[in-house]
Design a protein around this ligand. Structure first.
Ligand SMILES: Cc1ncc(COP(=O)(O)O)c(C=O)c1O
Length: 464
């Protein structure tokens, strides 16, 4: 009997899972028959399944609200979307359907918020947490927004010098501010303390000696971002605990402080065997905050999160076609994709990130172990799995056949890192980009967001 791809995947991974289904030997993603999408648009093709953005936000809200109910927690939960994980208008438009707030990280985020306001998608009540190391253009944009009546714009100070940039505001009126604590990095990281934020040892004195002396400054929110993201590790829980205790120290000095922003870092599924227990993590975070606050006799803070990847990552996928199989020696079979990993999935070579990789067609075919190669001449333009156990296994194809494959849950950070359009390695064009949605009857709809990049647009950038 043949060793079929479908048997391998279904036996190895408790497959099909939430987002995937195999129908007639072809893959469906969130109920979308991908071969139909490929037949219409071709490959390489970026897709975003928009309803996933809303369902992720609703999921996180549910997780934290359930955790709070279980712990009889007094504070409330606010979901902010971290725009840097994907700045696209279609992401913000979908996310904002879910009563959320925003987190920014650069001067250029502010025109996006102004545009959303002009479209009527946000009001001046929206909470905007402004993070990041800020140069003058950013603090100026923040100042403009506050003066324009966006009364919940909260700059989160990255360092103690940032304050003077807002003098124009706090010299005349009340102003809400946040402070970011520099997290201690994971023991095996290159640094001890994050370069972002104010040192733990300095923050209390800074509050006492500077912030408290100005009655127009309302220190409302304390923020930290733990480098590894939210993980069930001794490091995460120790850091969380340190930050909650610091919150309690500050709260005792500053009655108007009432919010704790635990940052981003809720993971997404990057492998079919991911088994992150989201409810357990939300429960435990809330339980630990509550219990420390009780011990320290401090009121529980409202909780803010700034989830980026979690919001948008699982909505994205990129589909490639493979028509060429190159056998370089007895063991190494290269499936050559019709684009480049370096340009379209920069995390795969930059940080050796793995994503869920599945064949889109040919699930009834025999499988084989392959390497995946990109079209640029760069020797790093490939995708493999280092561990022998988790090799890249795909259906075998014969000369003249086409295999389509998909990398899934790729919706966060890939364009922010690899660029979008522009000039890229070996002038490989940015692929076509299609948005998939559902109408009121539940039928799926597609629309072309961006055509494949043309030679003409590249020539223009290059000055020809
Ligand atoms: C301050 C801050 N908030 C939120 C995020 C979003 O993290 P994630 O996309 O992992 O949720 C980041 C990511 O670097 C960050 O630096």
């Amino acid at each position: 009997m043949k060793n079929r791809y479908i048997d391998l995947i279904s036996q190895t991974f408790d497959f099909p899972q939430e987002d995937f289904e195999v129908v007639d030997n072809c893959l469906h993603f969130n109920g979308i028959p991908l071969m139909d999408i490929i037949a219409q648009y071709g490959t390489p093709l970026k897709i975003n399944y928009l309803p996933k953005i809303s369902s992720q936000i609703q999921k996180a809200k549910r997780l934290f609200n359930v955790a709070m109910a279980k712990a009889d927690y007094k504070g409330n939960y606010t979901y902010c979307y971290c725009t840097k994980s994907s700045h696209f208008s279609f992401v913000l438009e979908e996310a904002l359907k879910n009563d959320i707030h925003l987190e920014t990280s650069s001067a250029f985020d502010i025109p996006i918020i102004k545009n959303l306001f002009e479209q009527g998608l946000v009001t001046k009540d929206i909470i905007v947490l402004c993070n990041g190391y800020k140069k003058a253009a950013y603090t100026q944009n923040i100042t403009d927004m506050i003066q324009d009546g966006f009364h919940n714009v909260i700059p989160i100070f990255d360092n103690m010098n940032e304050l003077s940039a807002y003098e124009k505001i706090y010299s005349k009126q009340k102003m809400k501010i946040g402070l970011r604590i520099a997290a201690e990095e994971e023991p095996n990281f290159d640094f001890y303390t994050s370069r972002l934020g104010i040192r733990h040892a300095e923050i209390v004195d800074y509050y006492k000696n500077v912030i408290r002396k100005n009655s127009n400054l309302e220190f409302k929110l304390m923020h930290f971002f733990i480098n590894t993201g939210i993980r069930d590790t001794a490091y995460y829980w120790a850091e969380l605990n340190r930050c909650i205790n610091l919150y309690c120290d500050l709260k005792k000095l500053c009655p108007e402080l009432d919010s704790l922003d635990i940052g981003g870092g809720f993971p997404i599924r990057t492998s079919l065997s991911s088994d992150f227990d989201y409810q357990y993590m939300a429960d435990e975070i809330i339980r630990q905050i509550k219990s420390t606050c009780e011990q320290r006799k401090v009121e529980e803070p409202h909780i803010f999160t700034e989830f980026g990847s979690f919001t948008v990552g699982e909505s994205g996928a990129i589909l490639y076609g493979i028509t060429e199989v190159k056998r370089q020696n007895d063991k190494e079979i290269w499936n050559m994709i019709d684009s480049s990993f370096i340009t379209t999935l920069p995390d795969t070579w930059g940080i050796k990130q793995k994503f869920i990789l599945l064949s889109v067609n040919n699930w009834d075919k025999e499988y084989q172990r392959v390497n995946l190669g990109g079209l640029t001449c760069d020797s790093d333009d490939y995708y493999i799995m280092e561990s022998v156990k988790s090799r890249v296994i795909l259906p075998k194809i014969e000369q003249g056949e086409t295999l389509f494959i998909g990398f899934f849950h790729t919706g966060a950070y890939q364009e922010s890192l690899g660029g979008y359009g522009g000039i890229q390695h070996c002038l490989i064009p940015a692929p076509k980009h299609v948005l998939i949605d559902r109408d009121e009857n539940g039928e799926y709809t597609t629309r072309l967001f961006a055509k494949e990049q043309s030679a003409k647009s590249m020539m223009k950038i290059l000055g020809y």
